[in-house]
Design a protein around this ligand. Structure first.
Ligand SMILES: [Zn+2]
Length: 342
């Protein structure tokens, strides 16, 4: 992983961490303090005027933590393992009562052909349009001979989606439909990040939605990644759609959680990119500061004890509040796309 730290416009430090245990599935090509946030209240930067629509929703964060523990208990769940089949069955079992679809395909990876499956749970709304919440669920193939269980990296966010499903089940949604996308194959097959050998599930699903016209109905694609960290520090991602990032910050501010959001700026390669390239508004809600110098990331230290119920509550509730804001905005969405789209 190459991590570039910048302060304002001045490049002061380049750290090359290649060869260390934290080679990234997300190329954080830039990380810098957010100048407009560091000296002024976070909410002052919000430029969108959407008001929340529909009843407030909250996740049961303790239950999300329990789901995290249950996913982790299956052990390393790399593509091709027996554990990943069990995790898929577990996820589908927890989605009882939802309309569940599978997007199965064979990825032509550097390690050969790998069968993969995205799982999509659909909760119908009353308006024409869809808000998607995504998370990947597998662990890294190249870490298959270790005890890496990805508690924060894949398990916690998939668990969060299951807890959100619990909130949506049986409700008549007043706004757009909400789809939960459990994505396969996010991680690079090799230790060195290679975007052509990663993001398999997201690339497949984004293309499918582009081909069948679904992409035009997607009002927002919210990606959750590594946001169970007890020391929660979610960066503003320049590969995400600015107005949707503004809504995330507005949601966090309205709930009193703004200190956990956007104190830094990052440019992240993650599952949101294929959806952005297909024209959908995207926001990657990610904390790439996991342990000192991100030292827990992609190591056997990524375990449940590094997470907290409070962080799951913050992350889950901000996602649900962002959905209310997207609903409040209706069809008056700006057409802007990410500042950078690496
Ligand atoms: Zn990862």
């Amino acid at each position: 992983m190459t991590l570039i730290l910048r302060y304002g416009a001045v490049l002061v430090l380049v750290l090359t961490l290649a060869g260390m245990g934290c080679s990234s599935d997300k190329a954080a090509s830039a990380k810098e303090p957010a100048p407009e946030q560091s000296s002024t209240p976070a909410s002052s930067a919000v430029r969108v005027s959407a008001q929340p629509a529909g009843p407030a929703m909250h996740v049961d964060a303790a239950r999300a933590m329990q789901y995290t523990k249950e996913i982790v208990a299956f052990g390393p769940r790399w593509d091709g393992s027996k554990a990943i089949d069990k995790v898929r069955a577990y996820i589908k079992g927890k989605l009882n009562g939802a309309q569940v679809e599978e997007d199965a395909f064979v990825a032509e990876t550097s390690i050969g052909k790998v069968p993969m499956r995205n799982i999509i749970a659909k909760f119908p709304g009353s308006r024409d349009g869809v808000i998607v919440i995504g998370s990947h669920y597998e662990t890294n193939y190249w870490l298959r001979d270790t005890k890496f269980v990805g508690a924060n990296d894949g398990a916690t966010t998939s668990a969060l989606l299951l807890a959100i499903a619990d909130q949506l089940r049986g409700k008549k949604l007043e706004g757009y439909s909400i789809w939960l996308a459990f994505l396969d194959g996010e991680e690079s097959m090799t230790r060195e990040w290679n975007s052509n050998d990663a993001l398999w599930g997201s690339r497949h699903l984004a293309k499918k939605w582009q081909d069948d016209g679904t992409s035009k109905k997607v009002k927002a694609f919210l990606l959750a990644d590594m946001i169970g960290d007890a020391d929660l520090d979610i960066g503003r991602d320049e590969n995400s759609t600015p107005w949707l990032e503004d809504l995330v910050l507005k949601a966090a501010s309205s709930l009193g959680y703004q200190s956990h959001f956007f104190q830094t700026v990052t440019t992240v390669e993650d599952d949101h990119l294929p959806f952005a390239r297909a024209g959908m508004p995207v926001a990657d809600i990610i904390d790439l500061d996991y342990g000192y110098n991100n030292s827990y990331h992609h190591t056997t230290q990524d375990t449940v004890d590094k997470l907290s119920v409070e962080s799951l509550k913050i992350s889950g509730d901000v996602i649900l509040e962002t959905i209310r804001l997207v609903n409040g905005m209706g069809d008056n969405q700006p057409s802007s796309q990410p500042k950078k789209l690496t």
